[in-house]
Design a binder for this molecule. Structure first.
Ligand code: NAD
Length: 353
């Protein structure tokens, strides 16, 4: 698989990725290497990475707990202290080995430690590979508000090795799949159509689908790295999806990121249809495909009210107004759409039906 050039770095695949990793480490003459893992990637992914690292430079492993619950400034503070205590300097490099939580928090602490050290992303979840590790957004949550604190800063290198996915659960695979579906819906109808008959998600030959998903995200980010225009298209399904994810965070009904985004895409497709943007048959197709993959989530009236309240914190708001990135047909997005609360409420009612 050919490397994909991104803005300021490149994305390399499989063995090529490890060759490039070793080349990057030796060319940059790093003083020390830190590898950030969580408890699961330490167990399942580090044994794959370490034999592929060919370097004499000292390596320290830092492990954090797994899960969204630690993606906060308290963990950052602990990590900055650990780096400092272990003697990290401006020529150290941080390798983020994990899912979106590890690459988001690792990218942020590297971008801010001593005003910024190099970091390399090696995503180990599907969601991390096709979305979270690409594009330079990193950061942490503020209370239960998602991704409120962060920077836009790109890694030195991104290595994709789909071998890591062998230990990932089906539920986590489906979570990543949601972002792949989104890439088709906002940008590439032919890509979306490859998922139409995915009754049983078999992940054989999945590499080419991952590759195209990465290409799409990268093409969009390259056109608009700081999200003033087209990059907003990537937020399709995320305005409501993030609010749903935040609302249920740390409850017994908590949803994975992609599961919340999958619901968000159904709700926002309904909104697009009601605004006479998306044709009805395409809306039905989207709802049918997504509902066949993800189990239905229950929303009470109180949930819906609290989710709507959360929208005022959405990062995409401008001048106090909630802005949606919708689609006007499968494969084509439309930006900066304001939506009345009543229409949001009826999208939840339609989802239940
Ligand atoms: P995650 O990082 O929490 O990983 C999910 C679970 O899988 C964790 O328990 C983890 O330990 C485990 N895991 C990781 N790799 C594994 C492997 N190979 N085998 C077995 N278990 C493994 O979650 P995620 O879904 O990867 O990422 C979600 C996060 O990504 C959210 O915080 C979200 O906000 C963020 N995100 C960021 C961006 C961005 O542009 N920066 C985009 C999308 C999502």
């Amino acid at each position: 698989m050919q490397p994909i050039p991104a803005n300021g770095y490149s994305i390399y695949f499989n063995e090529n990725g490890y060759d490039q990793l070793n080349k990057t480490i030796s060319e940059n003459n790093y003083s020390s290497i830190f590898i950030l893992t969580d408890e699961h990637t330490n167990e399942f992914c580090l044994p794959i990475l370490l034999p592929n690292l060919a370097t004499e430079i000292s390596i320290e492993i830092i492990e954090i707990e797994a899960g969204e619950g630690i993606k906060n400034i308290t963990t950052c503070s602990e990590l900055w202290s650990i780096l400092s205590d272990l003697g990290a300097d401006r020529k150290s490099v941080l390798i983020n080995l994990g899912g979106g939580v590890v690459t988001d928090i690792g990218g942020f602490i590297a971008s801010t430690f001593k005003r910024g050290i190099d970091f390399i992303n090696i995503p180990t979840t599907l969601l991390g590979m096709v979305d979270a590790s690409i594009g330079g957004k990193n950061g942490v949550d503020l209370g239960n508000l998602k991704n409120q604190i962060g920077t836009i800063n790109v890694p030195k290198l991104l290595v994709i090795d789909s071998l890591f996915l062998e230990t990932l659960s089906q539920q986590e695979m489906k979570s990543g799949l949601a972002e792949m579906l989104k890439h088709g819906l906002i940008y590439d109808k032919l890509y979306w159509m490859q998922f139409l008959n995915l009754s049983d998600i078999g992940f054989a030959n999945f590499d080419t689908l991952i590759y195209r998903s990465i290409e799409i995200k990268n093409e969009i980010v390259k056109q608009d790295p700081t999200e003033n225009g087209i990059r907003k298209a990537l937020n399709f399904g995320h305005t409501l999806g993030h609010a749903i994810e935040s609302h249920f965070l740390e409850t017994k009904n908590a949803l994975l990121h992609g599961e919340a985004i999958a619901i968000g895409m159904i709700l926002e497709s309904y909104i697009a249809k009601e605004k006479n943007l998306l044709p009805n048959d395409e809306y039905i197709e989207i709802k049918t495909v997504i509902k066949s993959i993800y189990k239905e989530h229950l929303f009470s009236e109180t949930d819906i009210n609290l989710i709507i309240d959360l929208l005022i914190h959405d990062k995409k708001n401008e001048y106090g107004k909630v802005q949606f990135a919708l689609i006007e047909k499968i494969g084509k997005s439309i930006l900066n759409q304001s939506v009345e609360n009543e229409l949001i409420r009826s999208s939840f009612n339609d989802y239940k039906s």
